[in-house]
Design a protein around this ligand. Sequence first.
Ligand code: NAD
Ligand code: MG
Length: 304
Amino acid sequence: MSAHEEQSQVDLTAEDKATRDGGFPEQEQQPPGLTTDMTPVPDHGEESWTGRDRLPGMRALITGGDSGIGRAVALAFAREGCDVALSYLPEEQSDADDVASWVEKAGRRCILLPGDLRDEETARRVVDDAASQLGGLDILVNNAGFQWARREAGIESVTTEMMDRVFTTNLYGLFWVTQQALKHLGRGASIINVSSIQAYDPSASLIDYASTKAAINNLTVNLAAELGPRGIRVNCVAPGPIWTPLQPATRNPDTIPGFGEDTPLGRPGQPAELAGAFVFLASPQEASYVSGTVLGVTGGRAVF
Ligand code: NAD
Ligand code: MG
């Protein structure tokens, strides 16, 4: 068999290709949005991620782990030997239950912790519950986030209500969760934040959201300097346009068909395509000297 013929065996099926290529139908949900109501349903690596024991016996808290990028991270972490705790909003219970069944199929534990991270007491309780039920904490993935793009572009259309929701979710929640996690994280642990291409190349319709993502990049570097002496690494992943419930739940429906086509790869990414970056950054062996960095997974858009 020629190399080309061998290669063709791993080509995507027509169905996979349709899922990946974008050009999705117009659709609309209300926040936070549910995976099962999306057309097509995203690929979180359910059929494709092969674990190689890269996170053996570790314990991770993934905020927003019920869907999208967080779900793909939970699946991959579990297959790499890691127990996980997921935080999510109470109305996302059905999504969280689906993730739990995949994690358990991988032979790992999945702790489900519903709660709104905009509330300080809840944010701190979620972390303590994760640590007590997992028997400790080695990895924190600060992935929960919110945007609102269903409005005119520009600063004057930003309402205080939405500004509050964006800043409180993306920054206050992240600060509270991280502060509380530091009571549990020891040497060899790591924190992975989630920023965005919006930190580098902001859209006028996401002016508030983009500013929180730039702040998260800045905080990543600052925190890496602070926590390095404690043996804790801090990194960040900056996704490009990824097909997750956040999109139909927060964008104008007529922007969905062209979503992600403005990348050099010409399509949106699937959540599964983010998991490798998180597994690498979490791995104490592979990323032992990697801290204070932002890893772009953007379909080719620049992150500098
Ligand atoms: P998603 O909607 O699947 O995940 C976001 C999760 O955040 C939700 O599932 C929800 O559980 C959680 N969340 C939101 N508000 C919360 C609150 N108040 N309390 C607790 N949890 C809350 O969408 P996603 O795209 O996978 O988003 C994950 C992260 O990726 C976010 O930080 C987002 O900003 C970032 N991101 C996404 C894209 C993209 O194109 N999808 C691009 C760049 C960055
Ligand atoms: Mg969700």
